[in-house]
Structure formats: C-alpha cells, structure tokens
Design a protein around this ligand. Structure first.
Ligand SMILES: [Zn+2]
Length: 663
C-alpha cells in the first residue's frame, strides 16, 4: 500500500470516530418545515451572526443557501419554490450525526490555549524515561495527544530566544529577528541581549541582574535591566488571539528566564519571570506601572525560601534510574558548593548563589508552577467563553543539561521532577478550566548534544572547541596581507557569527563578498570547524542548497546576523563562557539540537503518532487555524492536519468540513 493511502486509511476512521464519540442522537427535522429551515440555517448560516439575514424559508434565504453550498445556478437544483428543492438541499447539508457534533462543538471553543515550552528538551527524552514517570504529566500528553515524532527547528541558531520566538510567531528567525540570545548591534557597536530595552526598566530596581553572581553569560551581556518584546519583529499567535477577541483575551507568559516569558507573551500580553537577585517573580514597565496585588502577595510569601538549607535529592531509589550507578561522571560541572553527586545542597537562604542553584535544579520549575497557579486563579484564566492564552516555559532542564549533560543522573531525576510539575499544572488547569476546554501544546526551544566525553566513550571523536587556541594571528596576518589593511578587520566573534568591519571594507573599496569568503576560508582551517559560510554568498544563492545551508538561511536576518556563519563539526562545541565552563552546549544546526517534541492535546484532540517531519514554525499556524485567528505576520508553517482536521472542530467559526478531505 502506498504511503499516502496508508496514512489516509489509518487516520480517517480514527478522526471520524474521535469526532463523533460525544454525539447524542437528535431527530432530523422534516424538509420544508420551520424546524428544518432553522436546522439548515444552523449549519449553513445565512445571517451575519448578529441577527441580520434573510427570513428563514424565503426566496432570498433559499438563494443564499444555494450560494453557501456552492450550487447556485447549477442546472440540477430544483426550483426554489418546490418541495423537491428542500429534499435536494437536505441531502447536501451535514448528516445528522455530524450536525449533532457540530452543535456540541459550536458552543465550545477552547477557553484556554496552554503553551508549554521545555527549555533544552531533545525530542527523544520524554519517551526515554516514560516507564519511570507517573500519570498525568508526559504520560497524559503522550497517550492522549497528537505526538510528532520527527519535529525540528528549521533554523541553525538553536538557542533559547530563537526557539521561543519561533514557537511564538511561526516565523523563522530571518523574519522574527531574534537570531541569537545575543547579537552585535552595528548601530551601537555593542553586543545586545535579545530582549533588553532601556525604555522599560524593571518595576523593582533591586531585582536587576547581579553581575557578580550572574552565571547566564547572555544575561550578563545586557547593558540595561529594562526588558520588552520590542526586538521581536513579527507578531505572535498570542498577539493574534488578543486582537481577534478585541482585547478581551487574557494573555500571559511565565518562566524562570525573562526571554522564556517575554517572547511568548508577545506584544499584547503580560510577562513575568524569576529574579535571581530577589527570588521574586518580576516584570518590567512595558507591562505594568505597578504589580497587581496578587503578585505582591505571592512575592511577600517568599516561596523560594522553602528550599533554604535543603538539597536537591533523588526522588526514587538509585536502582530505579537508568543512570543510577553513574552519578559521578568526571565531565559534569562541579559548581562550587553544589557538587557533582546527590544530594546537591542549595545552602542558606541568603547565600550568594542560593537562587542561582534553585534554577540549576527542579526547584526553578516548581516555583514557576506555583506562580502559574496563582496567575490562573487571580486572573481568572479560562473562566469564560473568550479564549485565553497562558505560556509556561520551564527552564530547569536547560540549566541542568548544561551543567551535568542530558545523560546524567541529575538530568534523569530533573525530568522525573518536571513530569510531576507538569502533572501538577495539568491537574490544576483541569480543575479550573477543564482539559476538554484547553488546547495544550508542548514543545521545546531546542534540543542538545551529549557531553563530548560521553560521545568519546562510544567511540566518537568529540570534544570542546577552544577558540582561544586557534592561531588567529596567522589567519589575520594572511588576511591583512591579502587585502593590505592594517586595522582590525574582525569586529566581533559572537558564535556562530563573525561580524566584520564593514565600514573599513567599504572605505578600502574592497569587495564585501570577497573579504567574507576569504575570512570563511581562514576559519575553516581551524580545528573543530566544519563549515564557514559567507552571508553575502548565502544571500546571493552562491552556496550549495543543502538542508544545512537552508537552516543557516532561515536564521539569517540582514540587520542582526553576522557576515560569516561558523558551523562546528558534529559533537564539537564551545563550552567556556567567560570563565564558566559547562558540560554541554546547544546552538548548532545538527539534529541533536534541532530535534524537539511537539505534542498537541486536550480540547477534543485525539491521540495519534505522526512520523512525518514537521517544524516548530508549524505550531503557531496550527494554533491560529484551530482558533480561527489571523496568522501571525511572519508565520510560514503548515497547519498540522492531525490537530485541526476533525469535523466539528472550528464549528464556532461556522465552518463546514468535508470529512472526505482528510489526508
Ligand atoms: Zn541553554
């Protein structure tokens, strides 16, 4: 059987059965009666939804019905005034069982879109540990959702803000503009943190990034504590939802990381994130002039302090873990006071790195859940018929992955704890809103590689790229000789981009493309480099059209991207960030970094496993189609048919589905 027939044959009965299972039998009205006119009008909808339209049964009404069914002026249609016309139409409107499900669904668009993003969750990881997980979390999603088994980011810069912004907007970074956690801003001549915005300081000034303890190297680059979504160049699904409902939708984003919250809340929503300086959930003046009372109360109860003088301990007996006998792996980062083996102590509540250590453990996600629950209760999320949006981005998996690697006892226990946190979130949403009224989508901003020494154990030549050891002098000397320039040609290496001194290139009347390609040639001589691509050559279509170069092109934004894109060899990456040496780092176009889960569940979505390759840009397009909003301005993804294509779905939009077109 051909692949396409196979998919259609397995999907069709599944989808039809799924969509009709809640139907109750109703009597189909006799054609040409008042009840029948009303029945047809429910399905075909001749009016404008506000009580204006032709009188039921009138000639004008019959003409409109013909138009809506696409049969006006078709010769086979009997005369409008005849009884035969009613019988003819009766055969062409939805069958009664479909009508019943349409009617049931028409009253129930989702009350909530819950978008969950797990930071650094490679696509294979939830199922790797499924046997150890309890009910209600990943197990609920994997067993009840549409699970995409081959989902990828289609861009090459697989970093946190890039992935979040792509999931939020459905755009590639070339269009949404968030090309990396940091980029070199040519106008200011400085490295820029993706969501920094001096115009919108934090509401409390003492919540600012503490440069003396900040271990997130990208955060430390920001030259202001102000934050806003201004750098996000296209709109998000959450923006479209807010505009669709004329501002009545409640739209929120929550995360430990500011960039995990701000990106998803879009321009129209509100964002809250965790301040390592205060242990509170904070926001900026872009969103509020003053905290809502419930946020003040939440912060006043000092939730983070419950971890003071305690430790991250294993949740199960060591023997029940895959990595139970591998707690002490030599390549794990030995963070001072935290150590490489369980238990990992958080230290005193006023300790210098206390809040940082909470983020390097499941505690960060648990605090995020606490805050999300308060938000749901106090902002009445999902309480009425207008669809709300809540994004919860869980950051601990990323920090734990960086410090211990994704194949470590710490990462394993963290995922089991995340699973319980997820179960807590879903149970709470079920209680307040109902999962049948909540469209859930879970994905990740990026995957991640194994620690290179782990690859070595399996026979790979993997390692850390030490750019300090590159013989840059020789390379630069070559370039200076060739182009006869004495000044600095390279302004900045902000991996993966090299930014050149384009003003110098112009003033020396050099050819930008020639210089870029010469730099790329020199960089490709360094060990650990797989490929260096000139941006001009890329834009002019002078590089081979491969999956890899297409992903680099998807990342390329003319304003913010650099002039040469450096791809390291697979399993090789930089791990030294200004003094902080980590175990593993994502950010490459290789499949371990692009591979993420995408799972849709709730709101009548029925279980399916899909093995076709899909992309993270598809998520926003699918959400928009499911709810019926405008598309975000840069959305380039496909609508995922397994999620939306169910007769009755979208009936609140008065859409008639032809159930024979599922494929
Ligand atoms: Zn990361």
């Amino acid at each position: 059987m051909a692949m396409k027939e196979c998919i259609a044959a397995t999907l069709l009965p599944l989808v039809l059965a799924a969509c009709q299972d809640s139907a109750t039998t109703i009597d189909r009205p006799t054609p040409c009666t008042e009840d029948w006119f009303a029945y047809v009008d429910e399905i075909v909808v001749t009016g404008d939804g506000a009580g204006h339209g032709p009188d039921l049964g009138s000639d004008e009404w019959r003409s409109t019905v013909e138009f809506k069914l696409g049969i006006r002026d078709v010769p086979e249609v009997p005369s409008r005034s005849s009884a035969a016309w009613c019988d003819f139409i009766d055969q062409r409107v939805a069958p009664p069982e479909l009508f019943t499900s349409l009617q049931a669904a028409a009253e129930a668009p989702p009350r909530l879109v819950l978008q969950i993003t797990v930071d650094q969750l490679r696509g294979d990881l939830p199922q790797r540990y499924l046997a150890e997980m309890g009910p209600g979390g990943f197990r609920y999603l994997l067993e009840n959702g549409v699970v995409y088994e081959n989902a990828h980011h289609a861009h090459a810069t697989t970093e946190t803000i890039v992935g979040h912004a792509t999931l939020a907007t459905g755009a590639h970074p070339s269009e949404h503009g968030l090309v990396g956690n940091v980029w070199f801003d040519r106008s200011s001549g400085k490295l820029t943190y993706n969501i920094e915005d001096a115009r919108y300081p934090l509401i409390d000034s003492d919540a600012a990034v503490d440069q003396s303890t900040e271990i997130d190297p990208t955060q430390a680059i920001a030259s202001t504590d102000g934050r806003s979504p201004a750098a996000l160049m296209t709109s998000t699904f959450s923006d479209m939802l807010a505009m669709h409902h004329a501002g009545q939708s409640k739209v929120f984003g929550v995360s430990v990381k500011d960039r995990g919250a701000v990106s998803m809340a879009g321009h129209a929503g509100k964002a809250f994130w965790f301040s390592k300086a205060t242990g509170d959930f904070v926001t900026s003046r872009f969103y509020y002039d003053e905290y809502p009372q419930w946020v003040k109360s939440f912060n006043a109860s000092k939730h983070a302090q419950r971890y003071a003088d305690s430790s991250w301990e294993l949740s199960l007996e060591p023997a029940s873990y895959r990595f139970g006998d591998k707690d002490d792996q030599a390549w794990e980062t030995d963070f001072p006071g935290y150590g490489r083996v369980f238990p990992h102590p958080y230290g005193a509540g006023d300790g210098r790195f206390f809040t940082t250590l909470l983020t390097l453990s499941p505690a960060g996600d648990e605090l995020t859940l606490d805050f999300a629950k308060e938000l749901i209760a106090n902002e009445n999320i999902g309480a009425d018929a207008v669809t709300d949006y809540l994004s919860v981005s869980f950051s601990s998996t990323d920090y734990v992955g960086h410090i211990f690697g994704p194949s470590s006892l710490e990462a394993e226990d963290n995922l089991l704890r995340l699973d319980r946190t997820l179960a807590g979130l879903l149970a709470y949403v079920d209680e307040r809103v109902g999962l049948e009224n909540t469209l859930i989508v879970l994905a990740a901003d990026h995957g991640g590689p194994e620690a290179p020494p782990q690859y070595n154990e399996y026979g790979f030549e993997a390692g850390y790229v030490d750019t300090d050891s590159w013989d840059k002098q020789a390379g630069i000397a070559n370039l200076k000789n060739r182009f006869k320039i004495g000044e600095e040609l390279i302004l900045q290496f902000a991996p993966p981009y090299i930014y050149l001194n384009n003003e110098l290139i112009r003033s020396e009347r050099l050819d930008q493309a020639v210089v870029e390609e010469a730099v790329a040639e020199e960089v490709m001589k360094f060990s650990g480099v797989s490929l260096a691509i000139s941006s001009t050559a890329l834009m002019e279509g002078r590089v081979p059209d491969t999956a890899l170069t297409r992903s680099v092109l998807n990342s390329h934004n003319h304003e913010r991207s650099g002039d040469v894109f450096v791809v390291f060899e697979p399993h090789w990456f930089i791990n030294d960030f200004d003094g902080l040496t980590v175990t593993s780092t994502h950010g490459s176009p290789w499949r371990y970094d692009t591979f993420v889960p995408i799972i849709f569940a709730g709101a009548g979505v029925k279980p399916a496993r899909v093995y076709r390759e899909v992309h993270t840009v598809d998520v926003a397009s699918t959400l928009a189609a499911f709810i019926g909003t405008n598309l975000p301005s840069g959305a380039r993804g496909q609508v995922l048919p397994e999620v939306v294509h169910c007769p009755g779905k979208g009936a609140w939009r008065n859409v008639l589905y032809d159930s024979t077109t599922i494929h």
